[in-house]
Structure formats: structure tokens, C-alpha cells
Design a protein around this ligand. Sequence first.
Ligand code: GLN
Length: 325
Amino acid sequence: MKKITKSEIRAVVDESYEKFKDEVGGKNADYIPFLAGVDSSLFGIAIALPDGDIIEKGDTSYVFGIESISKVPTAILAMEHYSAQEVMQKIGADATGLPFNSIMAILLENDHPSTPLVNSGAISAASMIKPVGDSDAKWRAITGFMAELCGSELVLLEKLYESESETNYNNRSIAWLLKNYDRIYDNPDLALDLYTRGCSLGVTARQLAIAGATVACRGVNPTTKKQVFKAENTTKVISLISTVGFYEHTGDWMYESGIPAKTGVGGGIMGIVPSGATPGGFGIAAFSPPLDSSGNSVRAQSSIKYIAQRLGINLFDSQEIVIEK
Ligand code: GLN
């Protein structure tokens, strides 16, 4: 069993911040024009602990675009509205090994969009959210659930939403291609718009850490103490994150960090340290806009990896198993 003190965590977070705050490399996403204009020097790290305490450093209250990290709450909500099994049947749970917006991935596996954590599967998951056909009510369900997961409301970044809606031609193709394969369970344009709006929600590193901790704590938000999703869906969502959280670089990430994490092109990363790996489990998030070639924040990756190594946390290493006679 692993024991870590809060002061150790605090010291390692501070160290990591100092070590990587001047790291250069990567560049802001520019295929969504709004994101190109965000200050590249922003950097924050936050950890949410199972008792609700937050350890944070840097720009942890800066509101940035959640982008693909929104795929996680939508996937959980689809499991809640149907079941983990039905999400598996309707969407799948397989890594594509290809970029997040790949059309090729859909063509290669035309019997399902692979996983709710790439664009195709996320648009499909948005189409599943109930009540089908009612865009406003679906939006309320998604944003309501995200607020419960993060412990506070997320606000729509209108300018980001506009910017993304005006330029999302690739995602429009995905929505209609999925319709062709009967993998859209509502109107394709409605599902695409919900997906785009979900990506355009503003979030802070602090909120992401709380959302990560809620997943780590089997659906109980450690700051509000509320059970916000069924405990039984925890292993399912963590398995999705572990297999495709970094798209085509997920294997490299898991090999180097040992922390299941989900990235977004807004520069955020939400990591989950499940309770199997440390008592209670916790959430770890970092944010900085410059990205590597597959759309993952450079400074956020470096800092989370460093913290995991210094604390000796690794999903594949830390479970205590006692085999009794
Ligand atoms: N909204 C973005 C897109 O669909 C999200 C991509 C991401 O964060 N990887 O392209």
C-alpha cells in the first residue's frame, strides 16, 4: 500500500511547475482560429485529493476550452442513460491508433466508430444522450452532468463556439458518414452541434482535477461528496481513457507516465489516479496551450509525467494484492 503526504505532493507540484514553466516546444492549435490567440505562456497544475483538498500552482483558475476532454463526461452520461454494454455495442471501446479526427478510422472499422473518446465516437455518444430529438434538453443534461463532475458550472465560450462551428468541416463529414453507417442515434446536425458546443465549454485546471478525482473516486465528487455517476461505470471509463486518451500516442504516454489521462486541443490534460493505485485515488490536471503534433499539451504532459514519477505512482505498479489461504 502506498502512502504519500500532502506536503510531499505540494512540494512535487511546485517543483514540476518551476521545472517546466519555461519549457518551449509545441504550438497552440490553429485549425480552430480562436485557440491560436490564447496566451501560450499560460501554465497551471492542479491536484484534487479524495478529501476534497486541492493542491495547485500557476494558472489554475484561467478558463480555457475543454475541447476533447468533454468526450469523457459525454461517454459517462451515455453509459448512465443506457449502459456500459450498450455504449460498447453502439460505439465500441477500441483505440483507433489514428488521429482524433480521422475519417480513415471510420472507413477501416465501418461497423462502429471505435470509441467515444475520438471525434466520431463522441459525436455518436452526443447523439445517444436523452431525450433524443430535443437539443436544449440534451444540452442541459450534458452541462448539468459536467457541473456535477467538476463541482461547479462550466460556461460556454461563445467566441470559441463560433470559431469552431465556422470551421468544423471535417467533423461535419464525420457526422454524416456515421449516419451512413447507422451509428448516429439522433439528427446528425443536432449531434454535431452538441458535440461542438460541449468542446467549447470553458473549464479551469482546478475543475478538471476535480472531475478527474470524481472518476478516480468511483463517481463520488470529493468536493461535493455527491455520487454523480454509477460506481460500476468507473472501470469502463478509465479503460477508455487508458486506451485512447492521447489518440495515436496513447501507448507512448501510458508507457512513460503510467497515468490514464485525456487531452484536449485547448491545452488541458485530465489525469486519473484510480484508487487501486493509491488509497482513495485522486485527479491531476495541467493546462498550457502549446501542443505537440498529435494535439497534446507539451508542458501539461511533462509536468504530469514528472509528478507521477516523483511520487512513484503508476497504474500498472501500485496495487497491493493480498492472496489469502
Ligand atoms: N473540438 C475539437 C475537434 O473536434 C476537439 C479536438 C481535440 O481536443 N483533440 O477537432
